[in-house]
Design a protein around this ligand. Structure first.
Ligand code: ADA
Length: 551
């Protein structure tokens, strides 16, 4: 399943096989789906094209959803091209023409090479662009030629209680106009709407409803509600979609952030989707364990650095009251990378898919983008402007942010007027030989000279490297002991300073990196995790847990 709850009671779904025929580099084998091909030893370093093929029983209109293919995909059905998609970290789908009852062939042409049209997946990065069909694939029967294609609800707080502002998209695949009734039930309140949809049209239906029984979603009591949408035609239920929503506000007042009315003090981690043998296709059990470790560390926030995450992980964060900064894909692009002819189109797509697909998760408190890109140049600024405007257009209900490191020796950021929240990545004591208190005091002074003055400030990355199992009383670089000492000094320094909304440690778990560039990455990993790639706890874990527990 692509979510941790069932999304349909009426729309029929079917499973695709767990292994597909796979061919790459002149070899053929069976490959698990979802999964990364790097988990198979002979493909552990393979970068290039691969063909995945499978068959399914189909009949009528079939909707096929790929929740994540890393990173360039062309999908065909019975030999006909149906979808092309770029970007590993969001879903795409298509609906077939009416199929004859019988077996049908589904082929995915997957490419993880850093080809000329790839502006965001680039070589030499500090994480790994894996290959494969890395997230679940869903198969649905659209038996009545009409279906609910999207649903978004914005919670709105009024003095009379909660309201929900909804938009539902419905797609008519047939050649005839349809008269249907849309029903939406949330928190025991049902709304019925008659809708007319022209032949072959997709129509958005907007409405607002009050939910008197809805209780507020808070971090200590993360109350979730199913939103059950059903389409009726001539009194018969013909399609449905189930999602989950929560009722809470996210507000900025001065330099503070309030979530469900409560002032936030962020204590959290940056997390890559990466696990020792699974690559980025980590199973639900590992996600659940990550959540347990995050909670054990007394943390309350995760940043999905540097791309949108698997829906199931965000579902788990929703259930556990863990705040999420979700981020569109991009890391450390220089101005020359941002001048790539595909950069803007691919960045806009990443933002649109992220917000479109994850809008309803109440745990997401901010949308981020463009981690450490060229926010210090005029050209870069134009790009930041367009992309932040897109985020605000798609979701005015949440603040926006981007993580920058442009300050001091790194040059000065010229985009701090654009986001709602100012976020800085800093590594005092690791890359910069300066104590944390001194560094952040200077940073705050600098921000105060910019249009970022007065906005909330998050330390979005801070940390130090430590290799699991390397311990030494003299605390040399890369020892767990040095890492624990440094991280403790860093986070305590930020948390006790009321000028900052909080701190997100770089990073939760060690992750694989591209080996081309990072000579400074022993084990071809970014070793700044407080747990290693198997989630074994380093000394830093205990230090962090104790300090996070105090604030
Ligand atoms: C940056 C970057 C991260 C990671 C980190 C580090 O701040 O955003 O992706 O590379 O530095 O470990 O140096």
């Amino acid at each position: 399943m692509a979510r941790i709850f069932s999304q349909h009671k009426i729309r029929r779904t079917a499973n695709l096989p767990d292994t597909w025929d796979f061919s790459a580099a002149g070899k053929t084998l069976k490959m698990h789906v979802p999964g990364c091909w790097e988990t198979i030893p002979e493909f552990s370093n393979y970068r290039g094209k691969a063909l995945y093929e499978t068959e399914f029983f189909g009949k009528g209109y079939m909707r096929i959803v790929f929740n994540g293919v890393s990173h360039t995909a062309k999908i065909s059905l019975d030999g006909e091209m149906m979808a092309e998609h770029y970007g590993a970290y969001s879903a795409f789908d298509f609906v077939s023409e009416k199929l004859e009852a019988g077996m049908h062939q589904l082929v995915a042409d997957v490419d993880n090479s850093f080809h000329k049209d790839s502006a965001l997946h680039i070589p030499g990065n500090d994480y790994y662009s894996y290959g494969g069909i890395t997230r679940p694939v869903e198969l649905e029967f659209i038996e009545n030629g009409i279906y609910i294609s999207a649903f978004r609800m914005t919670p709105v707080y009024t003095d009379k209680g909660w309201r929900g502002r909804s938009v539902v998209s419905i797609k008519n695949l047939e050649d005839k106009k349809r008269d249907i009734t849309l029903s939406l039930e949330i928190a025991g309140k049902k709304t019925l709407m008659p809708v007319e949809i022209d032949a072959k049209e997709e129509q958005a239906v907007f409405f607002e409803e009050s939910y008197e029984n809805a209780e507020t979603y808070t971090l200590s009591d993360p109350k979730l509600y199913f939103a059950e949408l059903v389409l009726y035609e001539n009194g018969e239920a013909i399609d449905d979609l189930i999602d989950r929503v929560g009722f809470r506000t996210v507000e900025i007042k001065g330099d503070k952030i309030y979530f469900a009315g409560e002032e936030l003090k962020l204590k959290g981690f940056n997390r890559h989707e990466d696990y020792a043998e699974y690559g980025c296709a980590i199973p639900l059990s590992v996600m659940a364990r990550d959540i347990a470790i995050i909670k054990e560390a007394n943390a309350n926030c995760i940043r999905t650095s540097h791309y949108p995450n698997d829906d199931r992980f965000i579902d788990l964060c929703d259930e556990n009251g863990i705040l999420v900064w979700e981020e569109a894909h991009a890391r450390a692009l220089l101005e020359e990378n941002m001048r790539h002819p595909k950069f803007m189109e691919q960045s806009l797509l990443s933002i649109r898919e992220m917000i479109g697909q994850h809008f309803n998760h109440p745990c997401i408190f901010t949308w981020g983008m463009l981690n450490e890109c060229a926010s210090d140049t005029e050209f870069g600024r134009e790009c930041y402007k367009v992309l932040i405007a897109e985020i605000k257009k798609l979701d005015p209900s949440r603040p926006s942010t981007f993580a920058t490191f442009k300050y001091g020796v790194h040059g000065n950021d010229i985009c701090l007027d654009l986001p709602d929240i100012v976020s800085y990545n800093i590594f005092p004591g690791w890359y910069l030989k300066v104590p944390t208190g001194e560094h952040i005091a200077g940073l705050k002074k600098f921000i105060d000279t910019t249009p970022g003055a007065g906005k909330p400030i998050i330390i979005s990355e801070i940390g130090a490297g430590g290799i699991y199992g390397f311990r030494s009383d003299v605390k040399p670089k890369w020892s767990e002991d040095r890492q624990a000492e440094l991280v403790a000094e860093q986070i305590e320094g930020v948390l006790k300073d009321h000028d900052f909304v909080g701190v997100l440690i770089w990073q939760f778990a060690d992750c694989r990196v591209d080996e081309d560039i990072f000579a400074s990455r022993p084990k071809t990993q970014n070793n700044k995790g407080i747990v290693d790639t198997y989630r074994r706890k380093k000394l830093a874990f205990t230090a962090v847990r104790d300090i996070f527990g105090k604030y």
